[in-house]
Design a protein around this ligand. Sequence first.
Ligand SMILES: [Zn+2]
Length: 256
Amino acid sequence: MPCSNPASTDESFGNLQDIFRGGDVLGYSGNMSVSNLSASTQDYLKAVWVLGEWSDEPVTQKRIAERLGLKLSSVSDAVRRLTDQGLLDHTPRGAVTLTESGQSYAVEMVRRHRLIETFLVATLGYRWDQVHDEAEMIEHAVSDFMIERIAEHLGYPDQDPHGDLIPSADGTAHRSEAVLLTELEQGRPARVVRISDEDPALLQFFAERGIGVSVVVEVQEGAPYSDSLRVRIDGSSQIMPLGRSATDAVRVEPLD
Ligand SMILES: [Zn+2]
């Protein structure tokens, strides 16, 4: 594993230094470990992949900036650099896509993130609302060796605690047919398959109300223009009103 490179006197190398941590940058062949990419490059590639995971909307620089909490100008610079590196493509109209090697690195980062979250819950007893921020940090530091040991220890799980699919080591990731809770027809029972891990407070809110992965929900008639849904949880008599910010985080698979 290369250690960090001492400052180079070569001007043309300067730009690459915040893309790669060092090592054999100029001999880059597309086959090296994702560990050789800088944390910021790892974040960009993962963000592009995750933004396309549940949506067919083009991944724009604006969406990347929102997701990463960065200025649009920083994102444009990074997208240009990563395009030069053969990791991203972008059209003049602004849609950003992953190249084949960008895609395989992105999937590796998603796999790291979701395995770490699963490990923290299953092995260390974390709650599901406590793991996302930890995983965001650890995913950059963990080695490929440790990730494979974690996967083995957990028995190669295919889902993380939020219901997100964990890609396999060969990069296979498949998208589920789940729909947003807001798209579920009234009165039709459905199983919760995924709750976005982005907002820990929202995860806690759901946990306190008995809403989690594999719980059965049913949407009732809502008050007109209220922008909220009334949801029955696990067939109980209690109906819970849920606002848009909550329902947009939940994906379900209709039963029957
Ligand atoms: Zn997460």
